[in-house]
Design a protein around this ligand. Structure first.
Ligand SMILES: C[S@@+](CC[C@H](N)C(=O)[O-])C[C@H]1O[C@@H](n2cnc3c(N)ncnc32)[C@H](O)[C@@H]1O
Length: 223
């Protein structure tokens, strides 16, 4: 997890982030989540969404490595935003397929066009609320990344709902586990969940495993 090797794909991750940093297009957001701690209006510059709402370089690289290490083939991402993590995961393996869900239509349109420009044919970008999508999607996923609607009760409900799309080796990744008291409590509850065995606390991201050969144990790693 603390791999120091510099993968050549890190340059692609950097380039994509740089292009978003220099993009000042204004997008109008529909908020389906827990609101923003930073933005006061629903009109937001792409460069600001990158700064405040997107995976940072370390998290994007970690998601890339997780997908490579576990030879992940099928990913569900709840919360596409500009597609920083989607892109990092999509370039991890030649056979990987990503389903990424975004509820805000202008953000969805923007990230979909980015994926097209980047030639990412393995990304299925869906405009929907998480709840509506999970009611329809019956696919089984190897990695499920929950990164949106940072409300404790909602996060637990999405996790429970995603369990029906998981197998024993599915890896769950949650972002912003310390975003609020509610998220912190939800993370603690999920680590103790009867179907969760190992949990890894990366002090921003959290990883949950269901593998039954492992006893329930909590690990803490500073990236
Ligand atoms: C933190 S951002 C995702 C960041 C992205 N995964 C990345 O790595 O850069 C969360 C996104 O989830 C979307 N979102 C929040 N709650 C949602 C919901 N209930 N249904 C659909 N989309 C939602 C927001 O519009 C926002 O774009």
């Amino acid at each position: 997890m603390r791999e120091k090797k510099c993968f050549e794909q890190y340059e692609d991750i950097k380039r994509f982030r740089e292009s978003l940093k220099n993009n000042h297009t204004i997008l109008h957001i529909e908020d389906h989540g827990a609101g923003s701690k930073v933005f006061k209006t629903n009109a937001r510059k792409v460069s600001d969404i990158l700064k405040y709402n997107s995976s940072d370089k370390k998290s994007a690289q970690l998601l890339f490595r997780l997908c490579q290490y576990f030879e992940i083939e099928n990913v569900l991402e709840l919360g596409t935003s500009l597609g920083v993590a989607t892109h990092a995961m999509a370039i991890a393996n030649p056979d990987i397929k990503i389903t990424s869900v975004e509820g805000s239509s202008q953000i969805h349109e923007f990230s979909s066009s980015q994926f097209k420009d980047l030639g990412l044919n393995n990304v299925n970008s869906i405009c929907s609320t998480f709840k509506k999508h999970l009611a329809l999607d019956k696919t089984t996923y190897d990695l499920i990344y929950i990164d949106g609607h940072h409300d404790g009760a909602a996060t637990i409900a999405y996790f429970e709902s995603c369990l029906n799309r998981a197998h024993r080796n599915t890896v769950f990744v949650l972002d912003d586990i310390y975003w609020s008291a509610g998220m912190t409590a939800a993370w603690d509850q999920l680590c103790k969940h009867s179907q969760v065995t190992a949990s890894v606390d990366l002090f921003d991201l959290g990883i949950l495993f269901l593998r039954t050969e492992q006893l329930q144990e909590r690990f803490y790693i500073k990236l």
